[in-house]
Design a protein around this ligand. Structure first.
Ligand code: V47
Length: 361
């Protein structure tokens, strides 16, 4: 009976059908890992053939001082803490200056929600980047950072995002989504913006022509139905706007945060199930990203056999958020390593820009 059900759902997927929450739960809990790998790889192949995308990027993390205190965060510090940092625009200018002539095509800017900065400071930061690196795409600020700065300015999301877009904001990263379920959010990040805030910020961005990504933080205290609910809310918004480029499942890393105390990280098999189920459920998302910084290089390579078609970028040791939670310590991948990882998965590495256009050098 069980096998029949799994086979029927698999056939539906292969015939191009869309699975619902209950079918997803059956697959997630009961389908053999090898079947999930085969189905997700087939769906990946239909979306992006034999390509695996990567880009040349770097991060700027302007501050780790944050008004919120999420239980999973290893990075946040209060103002006055010896490990806190808060870069001035002059310091950010130096960080950007150092990337001139490096071949990067994207800067990813994300940090804590600092109490003292306002939207004009963040707009000026974008202008600083664009002045020094006009051809580099600016993917900046999570929905949580954006909602905070826009609310503080007394603006609507449309007004705030228009101001930032006019300063040079081109895309929004997927952070801050965590798990949308309201009850669970009260347990892991009670203070910050809720699902409604996150979804409506991205909806407005899409309407203004700003592309974005979405994430899900999994492997802590959430249940499988809560993960599926999260994916379902994203799929519904994508049906409405079509503005998402990539979905990124983020594996919860346990070091240096309260949520991780006394808790193990989920096994790699669960990472693979989550990647595959994301590929199968989010049938309207063009790309699934295996964020190698969070997984580590070997797991990211394995992810390419479970529906992922993007590995994110070279990073060049420019992010601390994940290393502070126990992930890769000095995250850096060369283009040659990216190519070798794709080849070992039987795929072809394709350099992309932020909007998934192939970069030909
Ligand atoms: O929202 C925080 C996560 C996110 C931990 O859009 C943690 O291309 C695991 O959104 N263990 C921010 N995860 C990162 C992010 C991102 C990353 C890469 C690419 C893109 C993209 C976006 O990091 C947060 C939170 O969910 N996070 N702490 C932790 N201990």
């Amino acid at each position: 009976m069980k096998t029949n059900t799994i086979d029927t759902i698999a056939e539906k997927i292969l015939a191009g059908g869309r699975i619902g929450r209950e079918e997803a739960e059956v697959l997630w809990r009961e389908a053999p890992l090898s079947l999930l790998g085969r189905l997700a790889s087939e769906m990946k192949r239909r979306k992006s053939g034999d390509a695996v995308y990567y880009n040349r990027n770097f991060h700027i993390e302007p501050t780790n001082i944050c008004v919120f205190n999420c239980r999973f965060c290893s990075y946040r510090r209060g103002a006055g803490d010896p490990d806190a940092w808060n870069h001035s625009l002059a310091e950010i200018e130096q960080l950007v200056e150092a990337r001139r002539n490096s071949g990067v095509t994207e800067v990813h800017i994300v940090g804590g929600v600092h109490p003292d900065h306002d939207i004009h400071f963040y707009a000026e930061m974008i202008r600083t980047v664009k002045r020094l690196l006009p051809d580099v795409a600016v993917k900046a600020y999570t929905a949580i950072e954006l909602a905070y700065m826009i609310d503080k300015a007394g603006m609507s999301y449309e007004e705030g995002l228009t101001l930032l877009r006019d300063a040079g904001l081109q895309a929004i990263p997927g952070g801050g989504a965590e798990i949308f379920d309201e009850e669970l959010r009260r347990q892991i990040c009670p203070e910050k913006g809720d699902a409604q805030v996150w979804l409506s910020l991205h909806r407005t961005a899409h309407r203004l022509g700003i592309r974005s990504n979405a994430t899900m933080l999994y492997g802590h205290v959430e249940t499988i139905p809560q993960r599926i609910d999260h994916l379902d809310r994203l799929r519904t918004l994508q049906d409405e706007t079509g503005g998402f480029d990539a979905f990124i499942p983020l594996k919860f890393r346990r070091s240096g945060n309260r949520l991780g105390e006394g808790r193990e990280e989920v096994p790699v098999t669960e990472d693979m199930r989550t990647l595959a189920m994301s590929r199968l459920y989010l049938d309207n998302f063009p790309h699934i990203k295996a964020y190698w910084v969070m997984y580590g290089k070997q797991t990211a390579e394995m992810a390419l056999a479970f529906g992922a078609d993007d590995m994110d970028g070279t990073i060049d040791d420019s992010t601390k958020i994940y290393s502070m939670a126990g992930a890769e310590q000095k995250p850096r991948l060369t283009v040659e390593e990216m190519k070798a990882m794709a080849a070992s998965a039987g795929l072809r590495a394709v350099e992309r820009d932020t909007f998934y256009h192939e970069v030909v050098r």
